[in-house]
Design a binder for this molecule. Structure first.
Ligand SMILES: [Mn+2]
Length: 436
């Protein structure tokens, strides 16, 4: 069966409900989850239904507190696949719009997990694209919500090698229908002064651009630092881009692409920016702002912008500090300590990619000492994973050896370990990684 066919069955279940009925929706607290939740809420609203939405973390007790609710239908977005028995046990029909690995079977409900339809759940479809499949089955006119689905896919980094699979097909349909346009844009902000755009850029992250670093760089090129990229002549743009590419090569960056094909939505503008806002909302614990932004609530854009700026500033602050530090190394990993625990993962990934002192051939481990426990995040690269790296297994095994817990994905994983056990943990992890 195709995803679209199964989505049609799910739409029939929803359409059998009396008009005005409130449908229960539960979604995940990240950019993809917020996009998926918003797509579902808007599609329900347009079809004449109400919705009751909760944003949750993935946990082993996902359905806790819902046993007493009287729901005829519960739609699970971007989570639930590791809780299928729990979902089945709840009253009401479950509809699962997810892309995570499934455990068990959904025996009472409709499974729209994209993995069940021959799609790669890590590159070809995400929670938001599964939610869009359901929205389209309810009404073809919901294709405008592809803007949100593509932002969700970007949030889950499914754009890395260009969009493919189901993501690509909805992008193509949305472009054809005029909801999305594709533009060739620089990876930094092309609309603000170059001085700010280059200093504030996170992907790519330029070393040495703090303080007046970016200003001096532009001065040497004889480019007006107060102009935006869009204001430059084509010759100036070319000159700037080649100088920046050289700068990235010199800082031994693993990723030097400066121009990218950027999908821009008719309603939300550049969708990388929307994904970044949703990510900041989720990371800062303000899921409601992210949902309000997607639902078009006035005032939400300003709040989301503030959250985004604050989040990006915090990342830059940590990255500038890491730039000056020499990371510590073991034979099979690089590690550093970070004060702000919520930024461990993102800083591990960025430092590995953009900081010259970090070896791209070794996974990077970031640790935060919270007093009672030590939080750990690790990041690898696709090529390391191809060579056998499995950080999830490594974290789980090493954490267990020191009395902690760990897990995640082969390319990105985390652990919590007891205070004072960090050195033993790192040694254990290094040993596991050396065997992979
Ligand atoms: Mn997701």
């Amino acid at each position: 069966m195709k995803l679209e066919t199964a989505a049609g069955h799910a739409a029939e279940v929803i359409s059998s409900l009396p008009s005005g009925e409130r449908v229960r929706v539960v979604s995940h607290n990240d950019a993809d989850g917020l996009a998926a939740a918003s797509i579902t809420a808007l599609a329900l609203h347009r079809a004449g239904y109400g919705f009751h939405l909760t944003i949750k973390q993935t946990s082993s007790q996902l359905t806790q507190g819902m046993e007493k609710e009287e729901n005829r239908v519960v739609i699970w977005c971007d989570l639930g696949s590791s809780n299928l028995e729990e979902l089945t046990a709840l009253p009401g029909t479950a509809i699962l719009c997810d892309h995570h690995i499934m455990q068990g079977e959904l025996t009472d409900g409709i499974n729209l997990n994209v993995r069940s339809y021959g799609l790669d759940g890590s590159t070809e479809a995400c929670g938001a694209s599964a939610a869009l499949a359901l929205a389209l089955a309810l009404d073809e006119h919901n294709l405008d919500l592809a803007e949100l689905a593509i932002a969700g896919a970007i949030g889950d980094k499914q754009d890395r090698d260009g969009f493919s699979g189901y993501n690509r097909s909805i992008l193509e349909r949305a472009v054809e229908a005029g909801h999305i346009t594709l533009e060739e844009r620089p990876a930094f902000n092309p609309a603000t002064s170059l001085m700010d755009a280059l200093e504030e850029s996170i992907e790519p992250f330029f070393t040495g651009f703090a303080g007046d670093g970016a200003l001096q760089f532009l001065k040497k090129l004889d480019i007006d630092s107060l102009k935006s990229f869009d204001d430059l002549s084509p010759q100036e743009q070319k000159k700037l881009l080649s100088a920046l590419a050289l700068h990235l090569v010199e800082q031994q960056a693993d990723e030097i692409a400066l121009m990218q094909t950027v999908p821009a939505g008719k309603r939300f503008g550049p969708l990388y920016d929307l994904a970044s806002k949703l990510n900041a909302c989720a990371r800062e614990g303000n899921n409601g702002v992210g949902i309000a932004l997607c639902l078009g609530s006035p005032g939400a854009l300003e709040k989301a912008q503030e959250l985004q700026q604050g989040y990006r500033a915090a990342i830059r602050h940590e990255m500038r500090a890491l730039e000056k530090e020499q990371p510590q190394e073991l034979s099979h990993l690089t590690y550093f300590y970070l004060k702000n625990g919520s930024l461990k993962g993102v800083c591990a990934g960025l430092s590995m990619t953009y900081l010259p002192a970090f070896d791209i051939h070794k996974p990077v481990i970031a640790l935060t000492d919270d007093g009672d426990t030590i939080g750990v995040s690790g990041r690898g690269t696709p090529s390391l994973v191809e060579k056998g790296l499995d950080l999830a297994a490594g974290m789980q095994q090493a954490a267990a050896e020191v009395g902690g817990t760990g897990g995640g994905h082969p390319i990105a994983a985390g652990a919590d370990i007891p205070a004072g056990r960090d050195k033993a943990f790192l040694q254990a992890l290094n040993k596991v990684l050396s065997q992979q």
